[in-house]
Design a protein around this ligand. Structure first.
Ligand SMILES: C[S@@+](CC[C@H](N)C(=O)[O-])C[C@H]1O[C@@H](n2cnc3c(N)ncnc32)[C@H](O)[C@@H]1O
Length: 250
């Protein structure tokens, strides 16, 4: 009889699943919600995700001579924000073709198609040459990856010296008095809204659970440092509901 050990299992929200099954389960979540993803983001965060993304883009500091790899780009908010602010060419990548297809339609509509290369890839193993980007972004994507250390190592490999990896992700709320309200919103309201709008409450239950399972601010900082990133920082947004993590490849 073979025994499960920690290397064989991964968390999928609060459930433990065989490691090789997690990416299929995550893909099913985003296949299911792709068409309603943008409206659900506005509803679930009461529009606040737009402010977080604005802060993230300011920190990314788009420049015309910088090339961006947007990991887990989904429907493209970061890619389009980067281009709108005058950033250079983008490789917009995601493991899920249905999310990228929504992004492609948006790029056609907003005239940015020529500035973007689309790439379907798992962020844990990216078939691109070393040292080919100045900035790598990942917004609300790392949480969904099975092996987060592999993603961070890929970012380190793909950046040019002087390049910066930036992650925007849900994190640990730092305001003690708000915990009950935040839990009620996450575990009761979100699945209900997901059930009504996206006809899929289970995916939004997963969302709430995956946020709680994600490494907290200091732990993610240590993971960046272990992968060789320098001057690693994080900045809490909305009292730690989300945070911007950043590290330089020097
Ligand atoms: C919450 S969405 C974020 C989309 C976009 N970055 C944004 O901020 O709106 C998460 C995205 O991560 C993608 N994803 C999940 N696992 C992935 C993996 N292993 N590699 C690359 N993308 C992944 C999903 O397909 C989905 O599009």
């Amino acid at each position: 009889m073979t025994q499960n050990n920690a290397d064989d299992i991964a968390d999928f929200g609060f459930r433990s699943v065989p490691r090789e099954e997690k990416s299929t389960l995550v893909r099913e979540v985003f296949d299911s919600v792709a068409g309603k993803y943008d409206i659900m983001n506005d509803l679930m965060s009461l529009g606040i995700h737009r402010l977080w993304k604005r802060e993230f883009l300011t920190a990314l500091d788009p420049r015309p001579y910088h090339k961006l790899l947007d990991l887990a780009a989904g429907t493209g908010d970061i890619t389009f924000g980067w281009l709108k602010r005058g950033g250079g060419p983008v490789v917009m990548s995601d493991i899920n073709e249905s999310m990228l297809n929504v992004g492609r339609d948006r790029a056609t509509a907003n005239g940015h198609l020529a500035d973007i290369e689309f790439l379907v890839t798992d962020a844990e193993a990216i078939k691109l040459p070393d040292s080919s980007f100045d900035r790598i972004s990942m917004a609300f994507g790392l949480r969904n990856c099975t092996n987060k250390d592999k993603v961070i190592a890929e970012a380190q490999r793909l950046l040019r010296p002087g390049g910066r990896f930036m992650v925007l992700e849900f994190s640990q709320l730092q305001i003690a008095g708000l915990e009950k309200l935040y839990d009620a919103w996450s575990f009761q309201a979100l699945p209900k809204i997901g059930g009504i709008i996206a006809k899929d409450s289970a995916s939004y239950q997963y969302l709430a659970e995956s946020i709680r399972m994600f490494p907290k601010q200091e732990e993610l900082k240590r993971m960046f440092e272990a992968a060789g990133f320098e001057r690693v920082t994080y900045r809490n947004l909305s009292g730690g509901i989300a945070a911007i993590h950043a590290g330089w490849k020097l």
